[in-house]
Design a binder for this molecule. Structure first.
Ligand code: LMR
Length: 335
């Protein structure tokens, strides 16, 4: 026993990556438009040991399909009343379940349809895996996260470090649109997006963009509007067939990967997400976070850390792009 502990410590000292752990991830709503591509991406994640998928129907077929993919991730499917079994022992629970928008709707209008789903999942988490990190994709994020927090509080299972609304798609879109604007690879653009996940609450912080760049105020207004309305752009383009699924799955998979890297004790893992915030007049807010084995290690607050400001002020964009810090690239590395 002692010998194996010493061996583990030695391995860690020699090669920290050799101590990689594998985690159980549960996806609730896994047979839906986001849930399926999200599960596909997680089936390929080397930090996932077990992928436990749940939905009200069609989940056995999704699991049979996923299980043929030649990765070592174990997949298990659970239907309807089996939510508790699905979640038991999960390290991370990610929730894409819920109704999508149709053209002309705001995210707020989904509250009635989706709040019950979120409450049911939060309740099951409090009973089956109260230590898990719980991350919602379900809209409206700005209201779903606060009601899930209230439910968890009522069960004495609320820890603000472990509850997240996933806003990574806003960050992904910001990188894409600014990358297009600067004619740069979007992976080299890091722009924190704070606030919330609906219309004007989506606030890209251009002053903290890496690389830093200068442009006309009109360009900033145009880029801000595009980032804020990008979800609606997809809803309109899909003409009644739902909202973003593929880009949302990509963003959620990136966020889950970052949560897992934090759980795996990798340093400097950063993402923006909508979480409990310390101010009484802003009880929930999306901010840049440092993630760790506790979930949120540090909330970097409204003024993001130096990592997000690593560009060279005044330098031309392409050159500043080359000077991206390693810490910056961490979140984008595998996705
Ligand atoms: C998005 O941003 O694409 C999602 O929140 C879905 C939506 O309704 O816009």
């Amino acid at each position: 026993m002692l010998a194996s502990t010493t061996k583990g410590l030695l391995q860690r000292f020699i090669n920290p990556r050799s101590c990689r752990r594998e985690f159980k991830v549960a996806v609730v709503g896994a047979s839906g438009g986001i849930g399926q591509p999200l599960s596909l991406l997680l089936k390929q994640n080397p930090l996932v040991g077990e992928l436990s998928i749940h939905d009200m129907k069609n989940i056995k077929g999704v699991q049979a399909d996923l299980s043929h993919i030649c990765t070592s991730v174990q997949t298990n499917a659970y239907e309807d009343q089996e939510l508790g079994d699905c979640l038991a022992g999960a390290d991370v629970v990610v929730v894409p379940a819920g109704m999508p928008r149709k053209p002309g709707m705001t995210r707020d209008q989904l509250f009635e349809a989706n709040a019950g789903v979120a409450l049911r999942v939060a309740c099951a988490v409090s009973e089956s895996c109260p230590q898990a990190l719980l991350a919602f994709v379900t809209n409206p994020i700005n209201s779903i996260v606060p009601i899930a927090a209230e439910l968890l509080k009522s069960k004495d299972a609320y820890d603000p470090r472990r509850l997240f609304g996933i806003t990574t798609l806003d960050v992904v879109r910001a990188s894409t649109f600014v990358g297009d604007f600067l004619n740069l690879n979007p992976r080299k653009v890091d722009l924190p997006v704070i606030g919330g996940h609906a219309g004007k609450t989506i606030l890209p912080v251009f002053s903290q963009c890496c690389p830093s760049f200068q442009c006309q105020l009109e360009d900033i207004k145009r880029l801000t509007h595009r980032i804020q309305e990008a979800g609606t752009e997809v809803v309109i383009a899909k003409a009644g067939a739902g909202s973003a699924t593929l880009s949302m799955a990509y963003a959620a998979a990136r966020f889950v990967n970052s949560l897992l890297r934090g759980l795996n004790e990798e340093p400097d893992v950063m993402e923006c997400a909508f979480v409990g915030y310390k101010s009484p007049c802003l009880p929930f807010f999306a901010t840049p976070l440092v993630l760790s084995d506790k979930g949120i290690e540090k909330n970097l607050g409204l003024a993001a850390s130096g990592r997000f400001r690593a560009g060279v002020p005044g330098a031309n964009a392409a050159r500043a792009g080359e000077e991206h810090t390693e810490g910056h690239r961490l979140c984008q590395r595998e996705y």
